[in-house]
Design a protein around this ligand. Structure first.
Ligand code: SAH
Length: 441
């Protein structure tokens, strides 16, 4: 029985890979499926026809559960081949600027959640522009303006900064400011912002709700110098996206659709190994990436922050995963481990399902595997690196998870290591803004 199951999984894997090869114009393999005529094959290669997804959800699921190193080596190889074929050897560099650590949300996993009494900062326009000039000097193609969900970063402030970047430099601008009002997103787009990054974190509506508390009633934290934010009574904020009714889908997915209509390149992604995340829901996430036709897809492991509710809860269950026993849920599904291997499975499958997307090798991956995480991501499907340009004095305060801030390196010092790493794995720094070059229309 067991042997038959293993053979079945192997066949399932083989079929998945060969279908991926056929659909995206690689060498056809001998087990081309019945009914796959040369006409359908050539129409799939044509750029103006949207090809069917090369993997079924069950095939993605089987790969996520695959533990055999030998079989996985084929997945890594195939993801690397498809990456090379569709987005080349360039690694696009996006300079990350963490504008503000103020946040009105209280996400159960995040180290800068509103209810934590920590020192917070908000950068000035000049400080941001200083980082932008560093990005330009180091020949990065894009700057990513990221922050907690901070209404103290006013619409006007962001508009002014985006305008300055777009008029004073050739850089592309990605915004990653959380859920803001559509009016603001429209204004920033008109000011020249190119892309918006908003991870949907998990496509499981029940899990999403559990880790993103409904009550988003934290005060707007006033603009000022860095300092501890006193806890005030709850107030309702303007400009929030209304909470979705029970049973409806993820609000971030809805917002991504609106952002696309505004003409942004859109990016999403998930955390891998959130306590309560099943393999099934992770397979759904990967299929959703394809459905949303995303330009950017960032996936990193969940890194427990001990000062957060989810971090505390994860302490025990993660230990169990590492000891080899996988905790199950009441309905028999199993917990996804937050490991480097599981994360790179997601990266590799994402590359195969979305061959022309821009996919970063994330800092979270480099945090759980300090020695090789970054390279592993780049060798298993990723083509983007987001070096941190935030001034060191602020970086240490933007601690969404422990070990994230490598505060010993300035941007310039880090850049030398980055170039050496790329050379070591035979890749080159990307030139220009590095937007998505579509294969799927
Ligand atoms: N306020 C913005 C940016 C959030 S921080 C927004 O809401 O989109 C960027 C990403 O960090 C999040 O989308 C999440 O995927 C990741 N993140 C936060 N806490 C994390 C943790 N404990 N482990 C791993 N990734 C985490």
């Amino acid at each position: 029985m067991q042997a038959a199951g293993a053979v079945f999984r192997l066949l399932q894997g083989k079929r998945g890979l060969s279908r991926a090869v056929r659909s995206y114009g690689g060498e056809a393999t001998s087990d081309a499926g019945a009914g796959d005529t040369s006409a359908t094959r050539s129409s799939r290669r044509s750029v103006d026809v949207s090809p069917p997804c090369p993997f079924s959800r069950d095939e993605v699921l089987a790969w996520l559960k695959e533990d055999d190193d030998w079989k996985l080596s084929f997945l890594w190889e195939e993801a690397d081949r498809v990456r090379r074929e569709h987005v080349g050897d360039e690694v696009h560099l996006r300079g990350l600027i963490e504008l503000s650590s103020y946040c009105r949300r209280d996400c159960l996993y995040c180290g800068i959640r509103a209810s934590r009494k920590i020192e917070r900062y908000r950068m000035t326009e000049e400080e941001v522009m200083e980082c932008v000039r560093t990005a330009q000097k180091l020949e990065y193609g894009t700057v990513v303006l990221q922050s907690g969900e901070d209404l103290g970063l006013t619409s006007d402030f962001i508009t002014r900064v985006v305008r300055r970047i777009k008029t004073e430099t050739p850089l592309a601008v990605t915004l990653s400011l959380g859920e803001r009002s559509l009016d603001e997103m429209k204004e920033w787009r008109m000011a020249g912002a190119d892309r918006y990054l908003l991870k949907h974190e998990t496509s499981d509506p029940e899990l999403f709700r559990r880790i993103h508390p409904e009550d988003r009633a934290f005060p707007v934290q006033s603009r000022g110098k860095t300092g501890t934010v006193p806890s005030q009574g709850p107030v309702r904020l303007p400009g929030t996206v209304p909470a979705l009714p029970e049973g409806s889908s993820n609000p971030r997915v809805e917002l991504l659709m609106r952002l696309r209509e505004l003409g942004y390149e859109i990016g999403s992604g998930v955390m891998v190994g959130i306590p309560g995340q099943s393999y099934e829901s992770l397979a759904d996430d990967i299929m959703l990436f394809r459905e949303l036709d995303l330009e950017m897809i960032g996936c990193g492991p969940f890194v427990p922050h001990p000062e957060t509710p989810l971090g505390r809860q994860a302490g025990e269950s993660m230990g169990t995963v590492h000891n080899g026993t996988v905790p199950g849920f009441a309905d028999g599904r199993s917990q996804v481990p937050a490991t480097d291997t599981m994360t790179t499975k997601v990266v590799a499958l994402t590359r195969l399902v979305c061959p022309d997307a821009n996919i970063p090798s994330t800092t979270a991956l480099a945090t759980v595997n300090r020695e090789h995480g970054r390279e592993l991501g780049l060798e298993r499907g990723a083509n983007v690196w987001m070096p941190n340009l935030t001034p060191l004095k602020y970086r240490i305060l933007y601690e969404i998870y422990p070990g994230k801030a490598k505060v010993i390196d300035t941007a310039e010092e880090f850049h030398q290591n980055l170039l050496a790493t790329l050379a070591h794995i035979g890749r080159v720094p990307g030139k220009g803004p590095g937007g998505r070059k579509r294969v799927i229309q």
